[in-house]
Write a protein that binds this ligand. Sequence first.
Ligand code: NAD
Length: 264
Amino acid sequence: MKYVVRSRGDHESNVISQKIKNYLQEFQLIESKEAPDIVISVGGDGTLLEAFHQYNHRLDEMSFVGVHTGHLGFYADWQPDEVEKLVIHIAKTPFKVVEYPLLEVIIRHYGEKKSERYLALNECSVKSTEGSIVMDIEIRGELFETFRGDGLCISTPSGSTAYNKALGGAILHPSLASIQLAEMASINNRVYRTVGSPLVLPQHHTCLLRPIKEADFQVTIDHLTLLQQDVKSIQCRVAEEKVRFARFRPFPFWKRVKESFVTG
Ligand code: NAD
C-alpha cells in the first residue's frame, strides 16, 4: 500500500500530517507522491478538492480520505485526535471504498483553440466578467430556455451541499448519478423567462450552455477559476469517471448533513 499525505499548509495541518506519516512509516507503508493507492488530505474540504485535482488522472487506481483541522467537512470527516485509529485502519484492514459521481465539463471555442475537458468534484459555475450572462440552455439537444442573469452553477450530488446549496439547490444523496443546474439571480421579464427552479438531470442527459453573444466568461471548476474567451459552448454531464473515498466506519451522508447544517 502506497500513500501520500497532503496538508493544507498551516501549522496544525502540517503537525498532523507529519504525525500520520510517522505512524504509516512505522507500519512499513511506502510514501509515493506519483502513484499513491490512498491520498490522505489534512485540512478542510478545499484541501481535498486540491488533492482531487492533483490526482484526477488516476482516479480508478486510488482512494481519498480527509482529516479536518477546522470544522467538520463533507470530504474531510476524520478528526485530528482520531488519526492513530485511522492509520491502523489503513495499515491493517482491507478498506471499503465508496464511489461518487463527477461532473464532466467540455468547453468549446470559436476559432483555432481546441476544446478543453475538466472534471469537477463539486461544481462548475459560469459567470460573466462584465454584467450578466445571456445563454441558451439546451437539454438533450433541445432548447430549454434562454437564461439571463448573474450566472449558472452545475453541481455534482456530493457538491450539492456546497455552492449549489447557497443558490437554493436541493441536497442530493451522492449515490445518485446526476447533475444539478441552479440559477444565480435570473432576470425574468417579458423578454427573458426561465423555469426558476433547480433542475436535476440523470446520467446521459447532457446540458449545453450556448452564449448568445460573444463575451468573456469566468468559469470555475471547484476552487479553480478560469478566464474563458471565444466560448462557443459549455457542455455538462455526468462523467464516466468516479471518485473513490476510503470508508473505515459508517458515517451516513444524512448524519453529516444534519451535523453540518442543522445541529452543528
Ligand atoms: P474553501 O475551502 O474555503 O471552501 C469554502 C467552503 O465550502 C468551506 O466551508 C468548505 O467546507 C465548503 N465546502 C466545500 N465543498 C463542500 C461540499 N461538497 N459540501 C459542503 N461544503 C463544502 O474554499 P475553496 O477551496 O475555494 O472551495 C471551493 C468551493 O467553495 C467551491 O467548490 C464551492 O462549492 C464553494 N463556494 C461556495 C460559495 C457559497 O456558498 N456562496 C461561493 C463560492 C464557492
